[in-house]
Ligand binder design. Structure first.
Ligand code: TRP
Ligand code: ZN
Length: 875
C-alpha cells in the first residue's frame, strides 16, 4: 500500500451495498501470544441487487496462510492480495470461503483487533478492527450469525469468552482446552468479541418483565473481584429502566462485562460481551470518587442501551454513527437524570457540550453529526457525533413529548429490528409515528457549526404586548470544511417562560415551546400588565449559542427567580462570563482588577439560599471554566483569563470567608462515608466550598485542606483535597502527594488520579513536573489511561499548556510522535489539542503551527494523526 492510497478519504456519497452477503461464519482461534491462528469459514451468497462475481474482503496486519473456496485451496494467481485486503474473482452464486491467518496479540499495541492486556487476550473491533483479525466484509451492513471456537492454554487462559451462549467445552492434549460459543443474533463484525485469560467472575441475575432469568457476569482480574458490586447494580438498574421507559427487554440468557486495563475508549457494546475500560467498572469508596461512581453507572447504562439502539438496529455505514451513538447518549442521559437530579444532570451535560463540542464545531474538525467524509473513521468518534447527536435526539423529544417520542421509537424497532439503517430511517419513524413533517430536520444532520440564536425583545405598553424576535445564523468558518457551505435555517424548539418583573413569579399561560422554523420570526405574548422578564432557551432546548443583550440586573434577577433551574444556573454563568472577560480584557489595558458588587451580592444570595439542593448550589457557586471563558474572547489570552478568574475566586473567598467556613464545617460534620444521593450532593458542595477557602493564603485554610486529605475516609474527599494542595506552594503539598502515592501505588486507576492532579495544577512550574513525571517508573506510553491522565490532562490545563514560550506545545508534539505508530487512535486524540490554535495570539499560533508541521513531516506518519494535522494546518 502506498502512502497516497492509504490517505484517500471515504465519502458518504460513495456508499454501495456489498456484492455478496454473508449467511454465517465459523471462527476458530488457536491462541498464542505471537502466532494466533485464526481460521474463518464464511458462507457467502451473491447480492442479487448488486450482481458481480468479485468479492473484496478487508484485511490488515494479517499473515495469510491459505485461502480455499468450497474446500479447494486457491493458488496465488486466483486472488489478489493487498495491504488492506484481498479480492476474490469469479466466485459462484454461493460458496464457502475458508481463510487461515496468523496474528500477533502480544505485539499489537494499537488496542484494535486481537491484543493482549495485562497478560489476557481481548478484542476491540469497532469501527474497523475486525479486519485485523481475519479477512472479512468488515462493514456494519453485513450482519450474520457467528459460531466461535477458542482453543487456549488451560493455565494462562482458564476463561475463554465470546458472544452469545457457551454451547460446548472440552479438554485437549498438551494442557490446552476448547470452548465453543454461538450467537443466535445476526450482527455486524464490529460487535464481535473474544476475551481469554485468568479472570474472576462477580455474578448476579436479572429477571426480565416477561419472567426470563438472565445471568449477569462481571469478569475482572482476580485482585479486583471486590470492586464489582456497583457495576452489577448499575447494570440491573439499566435493564429495569429500559423496560420501564422504552419497553425494551434483554434478549439473550447471559450478559457479560469484562474489565481491561488497556483500552482506547470508555467501553464497547459487543453483543452479550461488553468490554470495558476498567476505569468504568471498578469501584470502592476508598478508590473511586462520587463522580467515578456516577460515570460507571452511566457507561454501564450506555453500553447496555446499545443492545437495542446499536446492536439489534445498527448502522448501514459508519457515516450513520450518530444513529446509534447520539440516540444512546440521549438514553443514558435520561437514565442518569432519573436516577439523580434532572436539573443537575442537564447542567453537567450542557457544560460538557459547551466545553468540548462547541470548540470542535468552530475549529478544523467541525463536521455535521453525520459526516460527509473521513480518512480514519476512528477520528469521528467525536463530541459532535455523540453529544451534539444526543441534543438532536433531545429536540425530537422536546417537540413530540415523551409519549410521541416513545411512539417513534416503537415504530423504529418495529420497522428495523435486525437490520442496518440510516439516520433518515430514524427521522422517518419519528415523523410517521406522529404524523408530523420532519423534512427540515434533515439539516441538523448535514450542517456543521453551532447556530447562533439572537433574541431581541420589545414591549408595547399600549397594546399590553411583549414580543421576542428570534433570528438564527451560522458563524463563518475559515476552513471550507464539508457541511459548512450554504447552511440553511434549522428547526429550533425554543422553550420560553415569562416572569413578572415585580414578583419574579412565572406567568404560567405563556410558558412553553415556540418553534423557530425560519431565519427570523417574532413571537408575541399578549394580555400582560407590565413588561415581563423572559427566560429563553430553558433547559437548553436547542444546541445553539444564545445571544441576548441583558444587563447585569436582569441576569441577577433570573439567577434569583427563574424557576427553570438550568436557566437559573445559566444566568449566573452568563453574568460571570461577562464580568470575567471584561476583567481579563481590562488587564491588557492596564485596568486594575475589581470584584463586581453585583456579582458579589448575587453570589452571596446563592450561598445563603437554602431552597437549592446541594449539588445545584455547588454548580451555581462555580465560575465558568477557563476553556469556556476563552471561547468568548476575540483572541484567547490564557494568562489574563487565569489571573482574572483567580482574582475573583480569591475576592469571593475573602468576602464570604465566614459564611464559607461555617458551611464547610456544617457539611464536614456529616460523619462516616455514605453513598446515598444526598450525601453525594453534600460532598460536592463541600468540596466547592473548600476550593474557595483554599485560595486564601492563611495557614488555617491550608491546614483545613491538608486535614481533609489526611482524614478522608473516601476518595472523593481525598482527591478533592489533593488537587487543591497540588495548586499550592507549601510543604503540605509534597507530603500529601508522597503519602497518596505510597498508599495507592499498587492500584493503577488511583495512580492515574495522582498523575492527573499534578498535570492539572495551576502552579507555574507544572510543565516541569509533567516532564519529570514522564520519566517516573510508573509512566507508560502503552497504557492509554496513563497517557490521558498525564499528557491528556495537561492539554486541558489551559493556562499551563499554552505557556507563552511554547514548551507545552513541544511536549505534546514529542509525545504524539512517540506513540503515533504504536497507537494511532490515542495519538490522534491527543494531537487534537492543537485544533484551537487559530483562536490564540500570533506568537502562540505560530508555535503551534510549527509543531503541527513538525508532526506532519514525520516520515510514515499514521493516517489517524495525518488527518487531524492536515485539517488543522489547512484551517
Ligand atoms: N461504541 C463505543 C461506545 O459505546 C465506542 C468505542 C469503544 C470505540 N471502543 C472504541 C470507538 C474504539 C472507536 C474505537 O461509545
Ligand atoms: Zn456508544
Amino acid at each position: 500500500m502506498t502512502a497516497t492510497q492509504s490517505i484517500q478519504p471515504v465519502l458518504r456519497s460513495d456508499y454501495r451495498p456489498p456484492t455478496y452477503w454473508i449467511e454465517n461464519v465459523e471462527l476458530e482461534f488457536d491462541l498464542d501470544p505471537r502466532e494466533t491462528l485464526v481460521t474463518a469459514r464464511i458462507a457467502v451468497r451473491r447480492n442479487s441487487q448488486q450482481p458481480s462475481d468479485t468479492l473484496d474482503l478487508a484485511g490488515e496486519n494479517l499473515k495469510l496462510q491459505s485461502v480455499a473456496i468450497d474446500g479447494k485451496r486457491l493458488d496465488g494467481d486466483q486472488y489478489q492480495l493487498r495491504d488492506d485486503g484481498m479480492t476474490l474473482l469469479n466466485l459462484p452464486e454461493s460458496c464457502q470461503i475458508e481463510t487461515k491467518v496468523l496474528v500477533s496479540p502480544l505485539t499489537n499495541k494499537s488496542l484494535s483487533g486481537l491484543y493482549q492486556t495485562s497478560g489476557n487476550y481481548c478484542t476491540q473491533c469497532e469501527a474497523v478492527g475486525f479486519r485485523r483479525i481475519t479477512y472479512f466484509l468488515d462493514r456494519p451492513d453485513v450482519m450474520t450469525t457467528y459460531r466461535v471456537t477458542i482453543r487456549g492454554d488451560k493455565k494462562t487462559c482458564p476463561v475463554m469468552l465470546s458472544n452469545g451462549n457457551r454451547i460446548a467445552a472440552k479438554d485437549l492434549d498438551d494442557g490446552r482446552h476448547e470452548v465453543v460459543w454461538e450467537d443466535p443474533f445476526p450482527k455486524p463484525s464490529y460487535l464481535f468479541a473474544l476475551v481469554a485469560g485468568n479472570l474472576k467472575c462477580h455474578r448476579g441475575t436479572f429477571t426480565t418483565r416477561s419472567g426470563r432469568d438472565v445471568a449477569l457476569e462481571i469478569w475482572v482480574e482476580p485482585q479486583n473481584i471486590d470492586k464489582c458490586e456497583h457495576a452489577l447494580v448499575s447494570l440491573q438498574k439499566s435493564m429495569k429502566w429500559d423496560e420501564d421507559v422504552f419497553g425494551l427487554e434483554y434478549d439473550l440468557d447471559i450478559y457479560m462485562i469484562v474489565a481491561v486495563n488497556d483500552f482506547n475508549m470508555g467501553a464497547m457494546e459487543n453483543k452479550g460481551l461488553n468490554v470495558f475500560n476498567s476505569k468504568y467498572v471498578l469501584a470502592l469508596p476508598d478508590t473511586a470518587t462520587d463522580e467515578d461512581y456516577m460515570l460507571i453507572e452511566a457507561v454501564i447504562a450506555h453500553e447496555y442501551f446499545h443492545n437495542w439502539t446499536g446492536n439489534r438496529v445498527t448502522c448501514r455505514d459508519w457515516f450513520q454513527l450518530t444513529l446509534k451513538e447520539g440516540l444512546t447518549v440521549f438514553r443514558d442521559q435520561q437514565f442518569t437524570a432519573d436516577q439523580t437530579s434532572a436539573a443537575v444532570k442537564r447542567i453537567d451535560d450542557v457544560s460538557g457540550l459547551r466545553a468540548g463540542q462547541f470548540v470542535e464545531d468552530s475549529g478544523p474538525m467541525a463536521h455535521p453529526i453525520r459526516p460527509e467524509s473521513y480518512i480514519s473513521m476512528d477520528n469521528f468518534y467525536t463530541a459532535t457525533v455523540y453529544r451534539k447527536g444526543a441534543e438532536i435526539i433531545r429536540m425530537y423529544h422536546t417537540i413530540l413529548g415523551a409519549e410521541g417520542f416513545r411512539r417513534g421509537m416503537d415504530l423504529y424497532f418495529q420497522r428495523h429490528d435486525n437490520s442496518a439503517v440510516t439516520c433518515d430511517d430514524f427521522r422517518a419513524a419519528m415523523a410517521d409515528a406522529n404524523n408530523i413533517n420532519f423534512d427540515r430536520f434533515d439539516r441538523w444532520y448535514s450542517q456543521a457549526g453551532t447556530p447562533e440564536l439572537t433574541v431581541t425583545e420589545s414591549w408595547d405598553a399600549a397594546k399590553s404586548e411583549y414580543a421576542l424576535t428570534m433570528t438564527q445564523s451560522y458563524p463563518t468558518l475559515p476552513g471550507g470544511n464539508p457541511g459548512t457551505e450554504d447552511r440553511n435555517p434549522v428547526p429550533l424548539p425554543v422553550r420560553v417562560g415569562l416572569l413578572d418583573a415585580e414578583s419574579g413569579e412565572e406567568i404560567e399561560q405563556h410558558s412553553g415551546v415556540v418553534m423557530l422554523d425560519t431565519e427570523t420570526e417574532t413571537f408575541t405574548f399578549s394580555g400582560l400588565s407590565a413588561k415581563p422578564i423572559a427566560s429563553v432557551l430553558r433547559g437548553f432546548s436547542a444546541p445553539v449559542r444564545l445571544r441576548m443583550q441583558r444587563d447585569n440586573e436582569e441576569l441577577a434577577f433570573l439567577m434569583a427567580n427563574d424557576n427553570d433551574p438550568f436557566n437559573r444556573w445559566d444566568a449566573g454563568q452568563t453574568l460571570a462570563t461577562k464580568l470575567l472577560i471584561d476583567a481579563a480584557n481590562g488587564l491588557a489595558d492596564g485596568r486594575a482588577l475589581e470584584l463586581s458588587e453585583q456579582f458579589r451580592d448575587a453570589f452571596g444570595r446563592v450561598l445563603s439560599d437554602n431552597s437549592f439542593d446541594e449539588a445545584f448550589k455547588a454548580l451555581a457557586l462555580t465560575l465558568p471554566r477557563e476553556s469556556v471563558l476563552g471561547q468568548e474572547m476575540d483572541v484567547i489570552d490564557p494568562d489574563s483569563l487565569h489571573t482574572a478568574r483567580q482574582f475573583y475566586r480569591r475576592r469571593l473567598a475573602e468576602c464570604f470567608q465566614s459564611e464559607l467556613t461555617s458551611l464547610y464545617n456544617e457539611l464536614a460534620a456529616d460523619g462516616a462515608y455514605k453513598n446515598d444521593q444526598k450525601s453525594i450532593n453534600r460532598r460536592r458542595l463541600k468540596n466547592v466550598v473548600l476550593a474557595y477557602l483554599s485560595v486564601l493564603d492563611v495557614p488555617a485554610c491550608i491546614s483545613r485542606v491538608s486535614n481533609q486529605f489526611h482524614q478522608a475516609d473516601n476518595m472523593t474527599d481525598k482527591q478533592a483535597a489533593l488537587s487543591l494542595l497540588a495548586n499550592l506552594d507549601v510543604p503540605e503539598r509534597d507530603a500529601a502527594l508522597a503519602a497518596f502515592y505510597d498508599q495507592y501505588k499498587t492500584d493503577p486507576l488511583v495512580i492515574d488520579k495522582w498523575y492527573a492532579v499534578q498535570a492539572l495544577s495551576s502552579r507555574p512550574d507544572t510543565i516541569e513536573h509533567v516532564k519529570q513525571l514522564t520519566s517516573h517508573p510508573d509512566f507508560s506510553v502503552d497504557n492509554p489511561n496513563r497517557v490521558r491522565s498525564l499528557i491528556g490532562a495537561f492539554t486541558q490545563n489551559q493556562v499551563r499548556f499554552h505557556q507563552a514560550d511554547g514548551a507545552g506545545y513541544k511536549l505534546l508534539a514529542d509525545y504524539v510522535l512517540e506513540i503515533e505508530s504504536a497507537n494511532p487512535q490515542l495519538a490522534a486524540r491527543l494531537v487534537a489539542a492543537f485544533n484551537s490554535y487559530r483562536r490564540f495570539d500570533e506568537s502562540r499560533q505560530t508555535q503551534m503551527q510549527d509543531e503541527l508541521k513538525r508532526i506532519a513531516e514525520h516520515p510514515g506518519l499514521c493516517k489517524d494523526v495525518h488527518e487531524i494535522v492536515q485539517r488543522a494546518l489547512h484551517f
